[in-house]
Design a protein around this ligand. Structure first.
Ligand SMILES: Nc1nc2c(ncn2[C@@H]2O[C@H](COP(=O)(O)OP(=O)(O)OP(=O)(O)O)[C@@H](O)[C@H]2O)c(=O)[nH]1
Ligand SMILES: [Mg+2]
Ligand SMILES: [Zn+2]
Length: 307
């Protein structure tokens, strides 16, 4: 390796980083000073970061992190306001949801979308495990797909174990995609199906609790082709909202964003109990889905979403 090299962080366990340099993965540490620089974040270097590094024996030392185009945070631990950067420099996020085994609530889906929207990252929802659905459940899922499509979010259902997944290649090609969702929804199963080079461990779903067992424990990025990267993440129970004030939350609900200028109190309206609120009128009329408005109210109220 020449003196200073640019690399792409593929995996981190908190103290070691696997960094891709010229097609080779190099184990790296970070310089002590860099740790202190990451003031508001628990991890100064995240998967997806481009870093400058110098050789250190067979390994390397990360000297600095290059500016990020964006990043996605996992959760703010409310006590100390620290955020954990899940990954950086992402082109799009896929939320894997499932109707059962485990169930993904609409509140969770909306929180995830709002969070990605606040970082201006395009969102896709995949409803996995369609092989487990009866006709009524399939109908319900179709309704949700229509709802989210109408909001500009790509959404579709599939079975990661049964379906031919080739059609996903176009969606992923030449992009960096982060895959997120509850434990057990099939994130790693899907990724394994996308490339013969990926062999992530697959877990089970407890029949007692209908919850996954947190099989994937580290965020890891895989290269599917020259410019196509996919990031597998550990399942999350809830999606914490980082640093968002009540006024800005409706900015991240596309169907509410423009309407608020029609509210009597325009930019000050929180769409809760204010008079002449265009958003609440739209909920009454059915042009804004009740489930979306409920998610909105719950986020404004600062409720945790543990359902
Ligand atoms: N029936 C059915 N089961 C699936 C499908 N996709 C995944 N599974 C099963 O769901 C279980 C969990 O799959 P994983 O891929 O480990 O889930 P994960 O989202 O990576 O979970 P964590 O790593 O814990 O976050 C496994 O038993 C899979 O076989 C599907 O489309 N249909
Ligand atoms: Mg997994
Ligand atoms: Zn309003």
């Amino acid at each position: 390796m020449p003196a200073v090299m640019k690399g792409l962080v593929m995996k981190s366990n908190g103290s070691w980083y696997e960094v891709l340099v010229d097609g080779v993965v190099v184990s790296s540490r970070i310089k002590g000073k860099l740790r202190l620089d990451g003031m508001k974040e628990t991890n100064p270097v995240a998967v997806g970061d481009w870093v400058d590094m110098e050789p250190e024996g067979k390994n390397a030392m990360i000297l600095s992190v290059l500016p990020r185009t964006n990043h996605m945070v996992r959760q703010s631990t409310k006590k100390n306001q620290l955020t954990h950067v899940l990954a950086a420099n992402i082109d799009q996020v896929i939320l894997i949801a499932s109707h059962k085994m485990p169930r993904t609530s609409l509140g969770f889906i909306d929180r995830f979308l709002v969070s990605a929207e606040s970082f201006r990252i395009p969102q896709i929802i995949i409803f996995n495990k369609t092989d487990l659905l009866d006709l009524k459940e399939k109908d319900k899922q179709e309704g949700l797909i229509k709802l989210y499509e109408s909001l500009g979010v790509k959404a579709f259902g599939l079975s990661a174990i049964l379906d031919d997944l080739h059609f996903l290649n176009t969606l992923l090609s030449d992009r960096t995609t982060l895959i997120a969702g509850h434990s057990g929804v099939g994130k790693s199963t899907l990724l394994n199906r996308l490339s013969p080079d990926v062999s992530q461990a697959i877990g089970s779903v407890s029949t007692a609790s209908n919850k996954g067992i947190h099989t994937t424990t580290f965020v890891e990025m895989f290269r599917l082709s020259e410019k196509t990267f996919v990031i597998d993440t550990p399942g999350v129970k809830e999606w914490g909202m980082a640093d968002m004030n009540a006024q800005e939350i409706s900015d991240y609900f596309p169907e509410m964003r423009d309407l608020r200028f029609s509210c009597k109190f325009t930019s000050r309206c929180l769409h809760l109990s204010e008079p002449q609120c265009a958003v609440r009128d739209a909920v009454e009329l059915g042009t804004i889905a009740k489930s979306r408005y409920q998610s909105y109210c719950s986020i404004v109220a600062g409720d945790d979403n543990r359902k």
